[in-house]
Design a binder for this molecule. Structure first.
Ligand code: ASP
Length: 285
């Protein structure tokens, strides 16, 4: 029997002092992994993701960033090592995008986006709610101010503009040796309506297969260009130590952009982030 294990993160750049959030999420997840019932890895990463989406300190679900037009559009994905994938991109008016990703997984599709995703969620009984917070509105006001003054951060030169991270994610290994990954985000703080980041893109923000599960956080456009989760996964498949694979990928990520990674394999795990800044938790193993 495999030792169950779960790792969770609260986003690259999310203060390490907020690690109580991902740690709590991992503890909820391990209870599910230990019940030994069917689909334990998948149910565990959903349980963890919902707890983090509901924690408004993190940029996913309640706490998600606003777009430059003031709207909230979120991305989320679930994937399992037996090849099931469900994602939503640019979904609005739901509290827990990860729950919608679970419904998509059972549909004939892999990904739904925009208004179609929102309508699908509401038709399937997910309540119509806007997960807006005062903090998100303040962050948007600060971002607009930076755009106006031109006093942008190093990673904001293309706008000139971009601000905080705080995506959430979890990777789990169940007793039966299966894996699952969840990831949910409100995106960046300076983004156009319609922008989709790395998080819901399999191979970029997440990866899951027979060798393990990987979840990334950080500057989405750069993560897509480099297919970071896929690159770490390939290293796991080659037998690399997951900690080494995560460390190497973070070290190779181009400055000034930031990357955080969590990964679990058959016999190991890894967590790494640019400047070591990423709220994180883990349990089991
Ligand atoms: N990767 C996410 C995105 O670009 C943001 C993050 O992880 O904080 O949408």
């Amino acid at each position: 029997m495999t030792q169950p294990m779960i790792l969770a993160h609260g986003g690259a750049g999310a203060p390490n002092e907020h690690s109580d959030g991902p740690q709590h999420a991992a503890e909820l997840g391990i209870k599910v992994l230990r019940d030994g019932q069917i689909d334990a890895a998948l149910r565990a990463v959903i349980e963890s993701a919902v707890a983090l989406e509901d924690d408004e300190r993190f940029n996913a679900g309640t706490g998600a960033n606003c777009r430059l037009d003031g709207s909230i559009q979120m991305d989320a994905i679930l994937a399992t090592s037996d090849g099931r994938i469900g994602c939503v991109a640019g979904i609005s008016r739901v509290r827990n995008p990860i729950r919608v990703a679970r419904l998509v997984m059972d549909s004939p599709h892999v990904m739904l986006c925009g208004e179609g995703a929102t309508q699908f969620a509401h038709h399937r009984g997910i309540p119509d709610e806007i997960p807006m917070t005062e903090k998100a509105q303040n962050r948007l006001a600060a971002a607009l101010e930076r755009l106006k003054t031109g006093e942008v951060r190093p990673t904001e030169q293309k706008w000139r503009g971009r601000d905080m991270h705080g995506t959430i994610g979890a990777v789990a290994r169940a007793e039966d040796g299966s894996f699952a990954v969840s990831c949910s985000t409100g995106g960046t703080s300076m983004m156009l309506p319609g922008r989709v980041g790395d998080s819901p893109i399999f191979g970029a923000g997440t990866m899951c297969g027979e060798h393990g599960a990987v979840c990334a956080t950080g500057d989405g456009e750069e993560i897509i260009r480099r297919l970071c989760s896929m690159r770490v996964y390939v290293r796991l498949a080659e037998g690399a130590d997951p900690q080494q694979a995560c460390d190497d990928e973070v070290a190779a990520f181009p400055a000034p952009y930031t990357l955080g990674l969590i990964a679990v394999s058959r016999d190991g795990h890894g967590m790494a982030a640019t400047d070591d800044k990423m709220a994180r938790g883990m349990t089991g193993g």
